[in-house]
Design a protein around this ligand. Structure first.
Ligand code: PLP
Length: 371
């Protein structure tokens, strides 16, 4: 008899966003302003659309079938800023890469995952039956993760971080690289929000830190910066210096995928040549953060990512804050506790909805005295 993977029972019953969707559906107010959005709200860049059209025409003129499982060289070359092109692997999403990479490691691997965290890293490892050590990101440290005393084998880091929007500077990231080298650990470094970095001391790639080639896998995505969430294209970088892990990933990918479509990779190439502007979302984030702080909210992040991690002037649980914002003010946010126990008391605001959405929300918050 086919039996379900028993580790499914370790997952939370419904994914955070399903619960939020149900609450939105049941809300008395219908004129909701969405500051919970993790998706894009601006259209695909023109360069990408033109490249898609051109590539489709090429496919009408001549057969273009399966491409290489690891992606076309023309795109891998563009992404090989700190590595060689054969260390780059194209995929249809950093989400799936972050989950799939867990397959490469031994069942006994000691996995370190931040709390709060993008839940995919946790759930992918729970499904493999791994025990997880949580790296608590604390308010007193500005929600920056610090290496633990105990040894870990595999560490997921995301900078700029979802959900807190906090990014690690060079010194903070160096501590992790040094830790990984000392413990012969591997860091999976997710840079999905790198296109929103504004601080000069925040690296867009872990490979800017000496030694990282020997201990880090990097994930990148066209989703947030180039607005590809609906098109799907991302990449992982696995340096050959990581030994058998590089070959194992190539092997795993060749089992699981025949690659990303040719037009999508051409569109990705086009946005590497003409990098889309993220200025308007960065401005919206700044405005939202300033507005919240003026109204007494304590805020983190919001400088190098379009997420602001915030708590109101009067303490409440994350879901209490969420419910009150939703039902009284018609504002949707994301409860921090949904990203881990250290998120309790906080909510995540997103500026992905753009300036107008942010300004509308701030006008409503103006009328709100206290929670
Ligand atoms: N990594 C992080 C940290 C994210 O927050 C998200 C999406 O919200 C992703 C990856 C998803 O990337 P992709 O759209 O390339 O799968």
């Amino acid at each position: 008899m086919a039996q379900l993977n028993p580790y499914f029972s370790l997952l939370e019953e419904s994914y955070l966003f399903q619960k939020i969707a149900a609450k939105k559906e049941a809300a008395s107010r219908k004129d909701l302003i969405n500051l919970g959005i993790g998706d894009i709200s601006e259209p695909l860049p023109t360069e990408a659309v033109e490249a898609l059209q051109k590539a489709s025409k090429e496919m009408e003129d001549r057969p273009i079938g399966y491409g290489p499982a690891n992606g076309y060289l023309f795109l891998r070359e563009k992404l090989a800023l700190h590595t060689s092109a054969d260390e780059v692997f194209i995929s249809d999403g950093a989400k799936r890469d972050s989950a799939d990479l867990a397959d490469l490691f031994h069942p006994s691997t000691r996995v370190g995952i931040c709390d709060p965290v993008y839940p995919v890293y946790r759930d992918a490892n729970l499904l493999l039956g791994r025990s997880i050590t949580y790296i608590c990101c604390l308010e007193e440290n500005g929600f920056v993760p610090l290496p633990p005393k105990e040894p870990l084998d595999l560490i997921y880091l995301c900078s700029p971080h979802n959900p807190t929007g906090v990014a690690m500077n060079r010194g903070e990231l160096k501590k992790w690289v040094d830790y990984a080298l000392e413990h012969e650990a591997i860091i999976i470094f997710d840079t999905a929000y790198a296109p929103f970095i504004t601080s000069p001391d925040v690296p867009a790639s872990i490979y800017e830190i000496p030694g990282a080639q020997k201990c880090a896998i990097e994930l990148g995505s066209f989703s947030k910066g180039a607005r590809f969430t609906g098109l799907r294209c991302a990449w992982s970088i696995i340096p050959k210096a990581l030994g058998e892990i590089h070959a194992a990933w190539a092997r795993r990918q060749s089992i699981h995928t025949n690659g990303v479509s040719y037009p999508v990779q051409r569109a990705a190439e086009a946005v590497c040549k003409h990098v889309p502007s993220t200025t308007s979302i960065k401005e919206a984030t700044k405005e939202l953060k300033n507005g919240l702080e003026k109204r007494g909210w304590r805020c983190f992040g919001g400088i190098d990512a379009p997420y602001i991690w915030a708590k109101p002037p009067q303490a409440a649980t994350s879901w209490e804050i969420f419910d009150r914002l939703l039902n009284e003010w018609g504002i949707v946010c994301t409860p921090g506790s949904g990203f881990g126990s250290q998120g309790e008391g906080f909510v995540r605001f997103s500026a992905f909805g753009g300036k107008e959405t942010v300004q509308k929300a701030l006008r409503r918050l103006e009328a709100m005295h206290a929670l």
